[in-house]
Design a protein around this ligand. Structure first.
Ligand code: NDP
Length: 230
């Protein structure tokens, strides 16, 4: 299995959870090197060439990618009126087009094998929106349409495509938020705590498991209840 952005944060927790299940796990990184005990391949998902090269390396070393977790993502927050075209494009290119690139490459082999699992890491903000994150929320909402279209296109070939929508998870990404914003967010979480990366990883393991064989096109919230009802 392959996790993009699996060198740290949620992606690393996902990679470690699959490794603990005994799976052969590869992660992409952008120069940090592979985390201890995991197979790493350098790849920026904004480059189709790097995506191709990364898959070729992973296939040569570990075999075909049967489970893909498209996790790599960035934020670049600002209010709409101040948001540049460059910022909007950059976030959509990394978060949405990046997922398209890796999913397209992964499904080539999955179609031949007539099985495979695609898991896209979206966000609760895809559903509820977030002030200052129009670029990010748009990219994350796009993943839902992407996954559901793929689910319809190739479900007949034994391939599922699902989305995980995490809420606020303790990682570098949320550590960058101001204390005031963190307090505001916490007040809106029914479970009254932030989530842990391991809790997102458990959802990915489930979606890749035989137990989830009849689950496709789903959006699975791991958000402490923030997005419930949407
Ligand atoms: P981090 O900022 O901790 O990690 C982001 C990961 O994405 C890093 O591994 C980073 O690589 C990688 N990445 C970013 N851009 C690219 C790119 N162009 N090509 C390849 N890899 C890239 O974030 P989190 O672990 O918190 O987030 C992981 C995913 O979960 C993201 O998609 C995020 O949007 C989503 N998410 C996070 C939430 C949270 O509360 N933390 C909530 C909801 C969703 P590098 O180390 O090289 O920078």
């Amino acid at each position: 299995m392959l996790v993009t952005g699996g060198n740290r944060g949620i992606g690393l927790a996902i990679a470690r959870a699959f490794a603990a299940e005994g799976d052969r796990v590869a992660v992409t990184h952008r120069g940090s090197g592979a985390p201890d005990g995991l197979f790493g391949v350098e790849c920026d998902v904004t480059s189709a060439e790097q995506v191709e090269a990364a898959f070729a390396t992973v296939e040569a070393e570990l075999g075909p990618v049967e489970v893909l977790v498209a996790n790599a993502g960035i934020t670049d927050d600002s209010l709409l009126l101040r948001m540049s075209e460059e910022s909007f494009d950059r976030v959509v290119d990394a978060n949405l087009a990046g997922a398209y690139r890796v999913a397209k490459r992964a499904t080539q082999k999955m179609l031949r094998a007539r099985r495979g699992r695609l898991i896209f890491v979206s966000s609760v903000v895809a559903l509820v929106g977030s002030p200052g994150q129009a670029n990010y929320a748009a990219s994350k909402a796009g993943l839902i349409g992407l996954a559901r279209s793929i689910a319809r296109e190739i479900g007949s070939r034994g391939i599922t495509a699902n989305v995980i929508a995490p809420g606020f998870i303790e990682t570098d990404m949320t550590a960058a938020m101001t204390d005031a914003r963190r307090a505001e967010v916490l007040a809106g979480i029914p479970l009254q705590r932030y989530g842990a990366a391991d809790e997102v990883a458990a959802a990915a393991v489930y979606l890749a498991s035989d137990a989830a064989g009849y689950v496709t096109g789903a959006v699975l919230p791991i958000d402490g209840g923030v997005g419930m009802g949407l």
